[in-house]
Design a protein around this ligand. Structure first.
Ligand SMILES: Cc1ncc(COP(=O)(O)O)c(C=O)c1O
Length: 413
């Protein structure tokens, strides 16, 4: 079946009348090339169908939440069973305790857990708890890092006050001198240092988790009696079951989780150690839907499934197959690319492609050949991606690289 976009265009026209900008937030296709579908009709495994019926191997996994594949039978069975019993109730289900116990058992630094809906709830809660624990105000965070859409961290500050970012100091990720300078600036007011497990800012080359930097942050926090907050919302579970700095031997005091912990059901978590327990019990954290039982049942089933087999190895194998394939295709077609970060979260950027024109062309061609890729954001692998799916993506990108190569000259900066 040939690719078409008519129904999507109709819906986008209707949406422009009733939804600001036609769509908002990170799932808006406005910063993507023309023709990218805005609306989807269904998803299963690692496949996604848009409203025109086009089928894609989805390399975005809903921007992270889908780790075991869409509509995972065991996760959905657990969610349906819980939905039959109750979801939003006057109080939580007993499974909230089961789930908190799982987090505490699984994550070395976790002595307690609280649950919410979005990653931003968890990162915002972490800042409040760090300040309440230390009775200090200043939080250090890396320039350009994404921690959510609240006024203190949104990258698009329209409608926010500069004061919302008061008592925050930025440093360059991975740069210990810059971090130390920020620590000096904070003086005796340092409440905490908020970091992602590696640099995964959109539109930039990613880094690998850096043991020396992670240990440096930990040592400085300990020395200054400040809290180390790891934002594992994006990477959490894809690098390791126990937290993304587990393999580096670095334990944060607090870590924020979201996205994939309930395989697509709305749930985030903030976990912490004994030192922050009392403050965590004082900070008022709540929301009308934060205690829903269905996402917690889905999270328990996700944990069960992840415990069954060494899933990270599978993600690494699939990610390596994809990275090797893209490297070979780019070399053969004479196109300069960079692939960075952990292979489980693929990121491909083109050399000398300041305005992402080459990337736009590449993802547009791949889209029409059945692969949903992103031109400037890291992508995500799931356990549902099998060799045949990766090969399907590579077939699509073979065509896309050929088009880029034929295009010849570098796009004008
Ligand atoms: C590292 C990181 N922190 C926090 C968030 C915010 O999560 P949410 O969009 O669920 O609020 C995100 C979302 O992409 C993220 O990537």
């Amino acid at each position: 079946m040939s690719w078409s976009n008519e129904r999507n265009l109709e819906l986008q026209a209707r949406a422009r009348q009733v939804i600001p900008g036609g769509m908002y937030g990170h799932q808006s296709v406005r910063p993507l090339p023309d023709g990218f579908p805005q609306f989807f009709s269904r998803a299963e495994g690692c496949r996604l169908w848009d409203v025109d019926g086009n089928e894609y191997v989805d390399m975005m996994c809903a921007y992270g939440p889908m780790l075991l594949g869409y509509q995972h039978p065991k996760v959905e069975a657990a969610a349906s069973e819980q939905a039959r019993l109750g979801d939003t109730m006057t109080g939580p289900s007993e499974i909230m305790v089961d789930l908190a116990e799982r987090f505490v058992a699984r994550i070395e630094h976790a002595d307690w857990a609280v649950f919410s809906k979005n990653g931003t709830d968890a990162t915002s809660g972490a800042l409040a708890i760090a300040r309440a624990t230390t009775d200090r105000r200043t939080i250090l965070l890396a320039e350009g890092a994404y921690h959510g859409a609240a006024p203190w961290c949104t990258p698009f500050p329209a409608g926010t006050l500069e004061e919302a970012r008061a008592h925050q100091i930025e440093f360059s990720y991975g740069d210990t001198e810059s971090l130390d300078a920020a620590i000096r600036q904070a003086g005796d007011d340092l409440a905490g240092i908020l970091v992602s497990p590696f640099r995964h800012d959109a539109a930039h080359d990613q880094t690998e988790p850096d043991a020396a930097f992670a240990h440096h942050v930990r040592e400085r926090c300990t020395e200054h009696e400040a809290l180390l907050i790891l934002d594992d919302v994006r990477a959490g579970l894809r690098l390791s079951f126990g937290g993304s700095w587990e393999s580096l031997g670095v334990e944060p005091d607090l870590s924020a989780w979201g996205k994939s912990i309930a395989n697509g059901h709305a749930l985030s978590a903030l976990v912490g150690n004994e030192r922050c327990r009392e403050a965590a019990s004082k900070v008022f954290m709540t929301g009308s839907f934060w205690f829903q039982a269905v996402p917690m049942a889905a999270a328990l089933a996700t944990f069960d499934e992840l415990s069954r087999e060494p899933y990270v190895e599978h993600l690494i194998a699939m990610g390596t197959r994809l990275r090797d394939g893209w490297r070979e295709q780019a070399e053969r077609h004479g196109v300069g690319i960079r692939q960075t970060g952990p292979v489980q979260m693929p990121m491909l950027l083109f050399d000398n492609d300041v305005r992402f024109r080459r990337a736009y062309r590449w993802v547009s061609e791949a889209l029409r050949c059945g692969a949903y890729l992103h031109p400037w954001h890291n992508m995500f692998l799931s356990t549902a991606h099998q060799e045949a799916d990766i090969d399907r993506v590579l077939e699509a990108t073979e065509t896309a690289f050929a088009v880029i190569a034929k295009d010849g000259s570098e796009p004008a900066a």
